[in-house]
Design a protein around this ligand. Structure first.
Ligand code: GAR
Length: 214
């Protein structure tokens, strides 16, 4: 039995991944509580999803801050005030600085719509189609100082169909994201996820007793 982990979810968009987290909590498959949802975009659909679930929804607009570190400091303060233990970047379209990373070292995870280390950054699905890959997917990883370079916790793959456009591939990948992200969060809640030095000197994730594929 995992203890209830306190999450802070950072968003910029529609919030279907946030919804997957909220649904998993409601279904009893994720032992977590979302203490706050922070959006850097006023009016983001994710904010309405938070409110519907009775979760505090906060707008911290990056345009109100002189630079990225100042914005991150405001986010850190909001998360700390609410006792957040683990930060989830769920469609959060901002590069994070050392201010946020330092406050939550190996306590911040991101979901990315690509099979990293291929296609980091924006519009990974479009990059995948442009390269003509036959397999695409998503990655949940710890956040480090690079762009989508942090230790990989889990991935899920989908086929790329001959007639796929960006919207079709995005939708197919999203279905996998919605399964993978809550599953990884539950592993973390259960204390099963650790980061160790890997063979190439890079940190590597171990998940103890993972019964499902990762
Ligand atoms: C998701 O596909 C997520 O992987 C992606 O944005 C989408 C957000 O959807 N994140 C990134 O591209 C981060 N670089 P959602 O708001 O419906 O969860």
């Amino acid at each position: 039995m995992a203890r209830v982990i306190v999450l802070g979810v950072l968003v910029s968009g529609g919030g279907t991944n946030l919804q997957a987290i909220l649904d998993a909590i409601a279904a009893g498959t994720l032992d977590a509580r979302v203490a706050v949802v922070v959006s850097n975009v006023p009016g983001a659909g994710a904010l309405a999803r938070a409110k519907t679930a009775g979760v505090e929804a906060l707008v911290i607009d990056h345009r109100d801050y002189v630079d990225r570190p100042a914005f991150d400091a405001a986010v850190v303060e909001a998360l700390r005030l609410r006792g957040v233990e683990l930060v989830v970047l769920a469609g959060f379209m901002r590069v994070v600085t050392d201010v946020l990373l330092g406050a939550f070292p190996l306590r911040m995870v991101n979901v990315h719509p690509g099979l990293l280390p291929a296609f980091p950054g924006v519009r990974a699905q479009r990059q995948a189609l442009a390269h003509g890959v036959r397999i695409a997917g998503c990655t949940v990883h710890f956040v480090d100082g690079g762009t989508d370079t942090g230790p990989i916790i889990a991935q899920a793959a989908v086929p790329v169909h001959e007639d796929d456009d960006e919207a079709a591939l995005t939708a197919r990948i999203l279905v996998k994201e919605h399964e993978l992200l809550p599953r990884v969060l539950q592993w973390i809640a259960e204390g099963r996820v650790s980061v160790e030095p890997g063979p190439a000197g890079r940190p590597r994730v171990r998940v103890r007793g993972a019964r499902t594929e990762r």
